[in-house]
Design a binder for this molecule. Structure first.
Ligand SMILES: [Zn+2]
Length: 246
């Protein structure tokens, strides 16, 4: 009887007979292309269909080992028996999905009417985790656009922001990466992004300062060169940040 393997499996047969862990196989692929795989990089291009499920099992094993090293009785404590599997799924498919999953599909349209007035979208809720402690960063994001030759739907900004932020980050880099992705998608003449976030690094541990937030921004293109445009952007965001429900 002949077995029918999917093409991807045949292609990676050499890799599979080496008995390497799936994380090692993926890492080797990334290295062979000379790419980075820092905490806030997306590595979806290097993960073949079906491999994320295998990686999920590997990560669960490691998390179980971590719990054991923390001297938690994972065999008998009814609260932690499935914790390793839950945390693995949560990392790979929810809170860090922006590393392992491809960018959501975003269709851009030609700017037929040559719109050139600026608009802002926000607040968009962003959720991330600090690369240093892997504890949450939760905040709001505002995006301002002066359209170029292409436009994208408003909801797409929220989808791309969610994808970019769902990785371990430091806030300054998250905002830059989001700006890069939006520039790639719609090539605006001007782009501004503001993020205001609470860092659980500071609330839950360390200095335990509950009300501190961090605000940072990036401005590019016309928003950078034209002071009045930049002011208009910040003014629009101020209106969206107040609690007016309209
Ligand atoms: Zn931290």
């Amino acid at each position: 009887m002949t077995s029918t393997l999917p093409n991807d499996n045949i292609k990676n047969f050499d890799e599979q007979i080496t008995n390497k862990l799936i994380s090692e196989i993926i890492r080797d692929r990334i290295k062979s292309k000379g790419n980075r795989f820092s905490a806030n990089d997306n590595i979806a291009d290097f993960i073949n269909p079906g491999e994320l499920e295998i990686l999920e099992k590997e990560v669960a094993t490691r998390i179980r080992d971590l719990l054991k090293s923390l001297v938690i009785d994972v065999d008998n404590d009814h609260n932690t028996q499935e914790t390793a599997e839950r945390v693995s799924k949560m990392y790979l498919n929810e809170v860090f999905k922006g590393r392992y999953h491809e960018q959501p599909k975003v269709t851009s349209f030609p700017n037929d009417k040559n719109l050139d007035e600026i608009y802002t979208v926000g607040p968009i809720t962003v959720r991330s985790a600090c690369s240093h402690h892997l504890v949450p960063i939760l905040g709001d994001c505002w995006i301002g656009i002066k359209p170029g030759n292409k436009v994208i739907g408003l909801s797409k900004f929220a989808r791309v922001a969610d994808w970019v932020f769902s990785r371990p980050h430091i806030q300054e880099e998250a905002v830059m990466i989001l700006a890069d992705e939006i520039e790639k998608l719609c090539q605006p003449k001007g782009l501004g992004i503001i993020v205001k976030a609470q860092h659980y690094c500071m609330k839950w541990r360390g200095v335990k300062e509950p009300n501190t937030s961090m605000i940072n921004s990036v401005v590019r293109g016309d928003f950078r060169h034209d002071i009045s445009l930049k002011q208009e952007f910040f003014e629009l965001v101020k209106q969206q940040s107040s609690n007016n429900n309209y």
